[in-house]
Design a protein around this ligand. Structure first.
Ligand code: PBG
Length: 343
């Protein structure tokens, strides 16, 4: 037994007070763990994504177990369910009839398209009790599956923005509360803000997908909206961010805020928690994160195999987003998590 300056001797330990600080004290009981909790998750943190299609009823999405495509006839019931669960907002994604997909994605600007009809159906049922978010991008409508117009094999920026502005206006006119551009064209937030204001829609918010990465985790979503075949292996690397980038995400967010974004989104979620944290710490603005289809599919598949506990990984992953700094989470787990939080 040796005793030297600065080290704790075994004889001190034997007096029954090994560490002065016992981190486990506050962890011992559930009430105490709750009392010290630094972050929490409630149903009001959740945004529920809906896939809609131009048929009646509901059809399961194969690669997203538990997720369905909904016909417009299902919308009233679904909207009531969202309100009942205490979920504040939903996001709409259309599976467009392949016959309506064109090179110029003109269905995106048809005021009678599936998204606009869905928005009207929600608003007719629940009015302002539920926030409605609409994606702005051309991929659900384009025959090539790209988010913008393609000229000589390249997604062109400024010409695309003109279409995105019209898309934003028809969605706002249908009653959409939050326009969410997910296309990653440069300058689209400023242009869409001006277009909305010009159409008198000054109170319609913009939630910009500011830091959206070119990710392989979007695979099941592209199946759900039926755009994967259109994209045919093509990549979105010329406009979505490379997974190597972190400072670049801050640059994107700074630009979108300067152009008038009310809130920003980071996407995907779990592989990009560092970005969520940096964005929130740097800008202190409403910050959202999208737990994308591939993240949901991966957790669901492991749970189906009995390799992970579904409820536990769901709640842990959602809590981790809050800890990282997210104010809200767009997640396919939204209804299940809200249900779980209720019980
Ligand atoms: C469309 C869009 C995508 C997602 C949301 N909006 C796909 C993409 O960019 O290719 C993906 C969401 C998910 O995977 O859950 N621009």
């Amino acid at each position: 037994m040796c005793r030297s300056e600065g080290t704790i001797s075994v004889s001190q330990f034997s007096r029954g007070s090994y560490p002065a600080t016992r981190m486990r004290r506050v962890r011992r009981h559930s009430w105490s763990r709750q009392l010290v909790a630094e972050s929490s998750l409630t149903a009001s943190d959740l945004i529920w994504p809906w896939f809609v299609f131009d048929e009646k009823g509901r059809v399961a999405v194969g690669s997203l177990p538990g997720v369905e495509r909904l016909g417009v006839d299902q919308i009233a019931r679904q909207a009531a369910a969202a309100c009942e669960l205490g979920i504040p907002a939903i996001a709409i994604f259309p599976a467009t009839d392949p016959k309506l997909k064109t090179d110029d994605a003109r269905e995106a600007v048809n005021a009678e398209n599936l998204v606009c009809r869905t928005v009207r159906a929600i608003k007719a049922e629940v009015g302002d009790s539920l926030g409605v978010i609409c994606d702005v991008a051309l991929d659900p409508y384009s025959s090539h599956g790209q988010d913008g117009l393609v000229r000589d094999g390249y997604v062109v920026n400024d010409e695309t923005i003109e279409v995105l502005c019209q898309q934003a206006i028809i969605q706002a006119e249908a009653g959409c509360d939050i326009i969410a551009p997910s296309d990653m064209m440069d300058g689209r937030i400023g242009a869409i803000r001006a277009a909305l204001d010009g159409a008198g829609k000054i109170d319609v918010q913009i939630m910009s997908y500011a830091a959206k990465y070119a990710s392989a985790f979007y695979g099941p979503f592209r199946d759900a909206v039926g755009s994967s075949g259109n994209l045919a292996g093509g990549s979105k690397m010329t406009y979505q961010q490379s997974p190597t980038q972190s400072d670049e995400a801050l640059h994107e967010v700074a630009l979108d805020l300067a152009e008038g974004a009310d809130s920003v989104m980071i996407k995907p979620g779990m592989p990009y928690l560092d970005i969520v944290h940096r964005v929130k710490a740097t800008f202190a603005v409403p910050t959202f994160v999208y737990q994308v289809s591939g993240e949901y599919a991966m957790l669901s598949a492991a749970a189906q195999n009995g390799w992970l506990d579904r409820q536990q990984v769901m709640m842990e992953s959602l809590t981790a987003f809050k800890r990282a700094g997210a104010d809200g989470i767009l997640t396919y787990f939204a209804p299940e998590a809200a249900e779980w939080l209720k019980s």
